[in-house]
Design a protein around this ligand. Structure first.
Ligand SMILES: Nc1nc2c(c(=O)[nH]1)N[C@H]1C(S)=C(S)[C@@H](COP(=O)(O)OP(=O)(O)OC[C@H]3O[C@@H](n4cnc5c(=O)[nH]c(N)nc54)[C@H](O)[C@@H]3O)O[C@H]1N2
Ligand SMILES: Nc1nc2c(c(=O)[nH]1)N[C@H]1C(S)=C(S)[C@@H](COP(=O)(O)OP(=O)(O)OC[C@H]3O[C@@H](n4cnc5c(=O)[nH]c(N)nc54)[C@H](O)[C@@H]3O)O[C@H]1N2
Ligand code: SF4
Ligand SMILES: [Mo]
Length: 869
């Protein structure tokens, strides 16, 4: 066994420390790092199961030109030449990079330097534009610098935590566990503001299911309340804050409790309860994410939150701060190196003296002097043929952009498209002229910054597979080949780190809080051993801000009118995440365990809407918007507001013929940040009738295209499970079964056909299709992929002594299903979540499913009571 390596999780912005112990070739066991300040040893379901995702399945292992294997020299020379040609012919703004918060800070720094200092354009934007650019714009407006003035320690010190537009229990599970620990230990109160009742609301004291897009009204109402109840910090306002003309008149007018309640469509009593809690609690943290940022009024929503914290002095003190929590592992590092088209390195902007300063530092021949194209505009330029060479790194815009179908189609026509990814086939790499194999988690080496400004090392513990190379190396090689060998003469990430740290300190006499001068001269060994550290201390504790006046700014924000539903699009589509999948599933989708939590892309609908639309739970339904349509499995959910539906972002053209959420959102953006309004798109929903439905289990790692109306795929141990539905003769699916001994059974009465293919006692494939009947649980059949001596009796779909159907998986660590939990609560008279854990183990490892168990608990108790009446 090799030595354990301390590194950082590959996924979310919580930035948990991990101890990774290699246990064989491409095998690793992971546990939480007790010494890491972000998680103190805990890991959520995604972190816990990282080991299932480090295999080589689907990896891109060699550079490819035109789909054919090529050497690195040839591929890099070609990239350098084609970018050079485009620049010579059409100017620097005819080329673009689209990068990602999943790059290391070092990768990001080099890409940004190449584009902004040497190519001479600022056409480098990042998927962070879709993620937290409204928070960046809001911070800059309020503080004069993009500073997150909070840390995780503030969550421990707070008496009230307000979650706005954040499904923390699923998306930042370790932060959520920390909040729950504070509730248990100190009685910290928790308020959730989200149109949906998510699992995050399970452990909350109050949930405000506001009408989407009314956060400004709510926060302005709160500020008006604080103003009227003398909760305003007058001294702080006088000394340290400026307000625009008419700010307080605006707050005093039209923001009373009743108007607020009406605009937000929430009971006045609930709103009042929230306002009173906030006003009475100096130690309040307001944590916000995509429900706030991903809106066409995102920046105003951010500033409306910050306004309340500034005006009430709830900032710069322990347990008191507005807290923009970031999504990706290195969203914050990207901000530090200026990875957005609208920012420059080291928290500078395009003000002429900043451009000159960065230009001097880099000895840059071609400094960009103005912001470049933001993501949505960038892909519009791609669509219009204005971008002649595009390089996509560590992101999958054909899935994740709004109106993604248009982006996907546009990528087919870029004159020169380069994609650097760890996977061989993504929806974005289909039309790449050059595909470059990047190093992935466990191989790459660098630093990441989490949501609370803590910088941690990601360290490699596996060799680079095939010819894969780290992103920084790939970019610097292109820089070198474009003629700038001296500026891109890096031998290792530490070289880049030192340069980045020096730039943050360069001519910085305190104007910029980001200053890493203590780390600017560290040696290679010290970089290797660097412990996690948070930069910036407690921002604003000294009451000074990075604006020219040295004061923070209140920003006048107005609630936009609430639009009535449109005739053709009576519903509003909200989109977001599932607990156990990461974005386009290129990595979490490899884990059989994580794949069980939600096996299909669902459209969640309130039962009242479902009744009106003629939809039943488990039906298929098509969601239409002006941009496109896609088919989803219907799930009734009373936690939805009436008139609103929710779909997940994870499924792609590779994993499903439906459930493609990216095709649906409008490409409308916030005017300040350019962030798209992913959370609110006018839509319609229609039931889709199919003649038959079924499922198909196939052994192996690569799979054929499944020719039917609906086919979604998840990874299972040894193969994949496809849920299928369609019209016409389902026999064509049988052609997909690999050769082997065929066993078949037909139940004419129910129209159910079962076919299996077996080879030397090993199950190769099994297909169940029915026209009218029910389908059996898939669990036992899936397990037969790993069984020996399988025979024709497999078609019974259960073996001797097989367990009853477990139901949908709730606890992925111990593989415990809904039906098992309900039965245990009923039969063993369990009284709480801990008792469920003691009885079944569920929820006792990573803890990610504890909110779900709490929900099941409440529902089961309710049903038991109802039945007793
Ligand atoms: N499991 C998992 N975790 C992840 C990720 C993942 O893919 N999977 N991705 C990571 C990334 S990059 C990000 S950015 C974060 C995102 O983390 P979150 O922001 O927590 O996740 P989302 O599901 O996108 O949306 C959050 C909530 O906003 C609500 N919302 C919608 N409209 C409004 C509104 O008008 N007002 C308010 N107040 N709320 C609204 C939605 O109903 C939703 O529940 O998660 C990170 N963590
Ligand atoms: N409708 C809707 N759309 C959304 C959102 C939403 O809430 N609703 N959320 C948005 C948000 S917040 C985000 S952050 C985006 C995320 O969307 P994307 O960034 O498009 O999603 P990922 O699947 O994370 O893509 C990362 C890609 O990088 C590859 N990769 C992983 N590690 C490395 C590496 O080290 N180097 C390289 N070169 N490649 C690597 C992966 O294989 C994968 O293909 O989606 C956005 N889109
Ligand atoms: S909360 Fe989960 S996904 Fe996020 S960093 Fe920690 S272990 Fe990874
Ligand atoms: Mo994100």
């Amino acid at each position: 066994m090799q030595e354990a390596v301390r590194t950082t999780c590959a996924y979310c912005g919580v930035g948990c420390g991990i101890v990774a112990t290699p246990t064989g070739p491409r095998l690793v066991s992971v546990r939480g790092d007790e010494a890491h300040p972000a998680n103190g040893g805990r890991l959520c379901s995604k972190g816990t199961h990282l080991g299932e995702t480090v295999g080589l399945q689907g990896r891109l292992l060699h550079p490819m030109i035109g789909g054919k294997r090529a050497g690195w020299d040839k591929a890099l020379d070609l990239v350098a030449k084609r970018f050079r040609d485009a620049i010579d012919r059409h100017g620097p703004d005819s080329v673009a990079f689209y990068v990602s918060g999943q790059l290391m800070t070092e990768d990001y720094y080099v890409a940004n330097k190449l584009m902004k200092g040497f190519i001479g354009s600022a056409n480098i934007d990042t998927n962070s534009r879709l993620c937290m650019s409204s928070a960046v714009a809001g911070h800059n407006r309020a503080f004069g610098e993009d500073i997150v003035p909070a840390s995780y320690d503030d969550l421990d010190a707070a008496d009230l935590i307000v979650l706005v537009g954040s499904n923390t229990a699923w998306c930042h599970p370790i932060v959520y566990q920390r909040i729950q620990a504070a509730r248990a230990a100190r009685g910290t109160k928790l308020v959730v503001i989200d149109p949906r009742r998510t699992e995050t609301c399970e452990g909350a004291d109050l949930h405000l299911p506001i009408r989407p897009g009314t956060d400004v009204a709510l926060m302005n109402g709160l500020l008006a309340w604080c103003n009227a109840t003398w909760t305003i910090d007058r001294t702080f306002i006088e000394r340290s804050i400026t307000a625009p003309e008419g700010f307080w008149e605006h707050i005093r007018n039209g923001h009373d409790l009743w108007t607020t309640a009406q605009t937000c469509d929430v009971e006045p009593a609930l709103i009042k309860q929230f306002f009173e809690m906030f006003a009475a609690t100096p130690r309040t943290v307001t944590l916000f994410s995509q429900g706030v940022n991903q809106s066409i009024r995102g920046t105003d929503q951010v500033n409306a939150i910050i306004n309340v914290h500034l005006a009430t002095g709830r900032i710069g003190k322990p347990g008191a701060a507005p807290f923009s929590i970031t999504g990706q592992p290195n969203a914050m590092g990207g901000r530090e190196v200026g990875g957005l088209a609208s920012t420059l390195a080291a928290h500078m902007d395009f003000a002429p003296d900043n451009v000159a300063r960065v230009g001097r530092f880099w000895a840059a021949p071609n400094m960009a002097t103005k912001p470049g194209l933001k993501a949505v505009d960038l892909f519009r330029a791609v669509d219009e043929g204005r971008i002649k060479a595009l390089w996509i790194m560590a992101t999958n815009p054909a899935v994740s952009m709004p109106d993604a179908g248009r982006v996907r189609d546009a990528l087919a026509f870029v004159p020169f498209l380069v994609v650097s990814d760890i996977m061989a086939n993504t929806d974005s790499s289909t039309h790449a002229h050059v595909s470059l194999p990047a190093a992935g988690w466990g191989e790459k080496d660098g630093t990441v910054t989490n949501s609370d400004r803590t910088i941690s090392r990601q360290r490699p513990f596996m060799a680079l597979p095939g010819e894969a190379k780290p992103d920084w190396w790939i970019v610097k090689e292109v820089g070198r080949r474009m003629g700038w060998a001296n500026a891109f003469a890096y031998d290792r990430p530490a070289d880049i780190w030192r340069e980045h740290a020096r730039l943050t300190a360069y001519q910085n006499d305190g104007q910029r809080l980001l200053n890493l001068k203590d780390k600017a001269t560290i040696g290679n060994e010290a970089y290797e051993a660097m412990e996690p550290f948070r930069w910036g201390g407690r921002p604003f504790a000294d009451r000074s801000f990075a604006t020219p006046e040295g004061k923070a700014r209140l920003v006048l924000t107005r609630q936009m009118d609430v639009q009535p539903p449109l005739k053709d699009w009576p519903m509003t589509l909200n989109t977001g995440r599932y607990r156990d999948q990461w974005h386009t599933m290129s990595r979490t989708g490899l884990s059989p365990k994580l794949s069980r939590h939600r096996e299909e892309p669902l459209v969640e609908v309130h039962p009242q809407d479902a009744a009106a639309l003629g939809l039943a739970d488990g039906d298929l339904a098509r969601v239409d918007t002006a941009q496109g349509n896609s088919v989803f499995r219907v799930a009734l959910n009373e936690g939805q507001r009436v008139g609103e539906i929710f779909t997940p972002i994870h499924w792609t053209d590779r994993t499903s013929s439906g459930g493609r959420t990216g095709l649906l959102p409008r490409p409308l953006v916030d005017p300040h940040s350019g962030q798209p309004g992913f959370k609110s798109t006018p839509a319609s929903v229609t039931r889709v009738e199919t003649e038959w439905k079924g499922f198909l289990i196939l052994r192996g790692e690569t799979f054929p295209h499944i020719p039917c109306l609906w086919a979604t795929k998840i990874t299972v141990p040894g193969g994949a499970l496809f849920e299928v539905a369609g019209n016409g003769d389902p026999a064509r699916l049988e052609a997909l079964l690999p050769h082997g001994e065929r066993v078949e059974a037909l139940d004419r009465a129910k129209g159910t056909r079962r076919v299996a293919s077996i080879n030397e006692g090993r199950l190769q494939a099994v297909l169940f299709v029915t026209r009218t009947g029910l389908l059996p649980s898939r669990d036992w059949l899936i397990a037969q992929l790993e069984a020996v001596n399988v025979g024709g009796s497999v078609l019974a779909a259960r073996g001797p002594g097989s367990q009853p159907d477990k139901g949908a998986t709730v606890c992925v660590c111990f593989d415990i299903g809904l039906n098992q939990i309900v039965a245990a609560i009923r039969d063993q008279h369990l009284m709480d979540v801990a008792a469920v854990g003691a009885a079944l183990g569920a929820g006792t490892n990573c803890g990610s499913c504890r909110p779900a168990i709490a929900t099941i608990f409440t529902q089961t108790m309710q049903e038991t009571l109802d039945a007793a009446e």
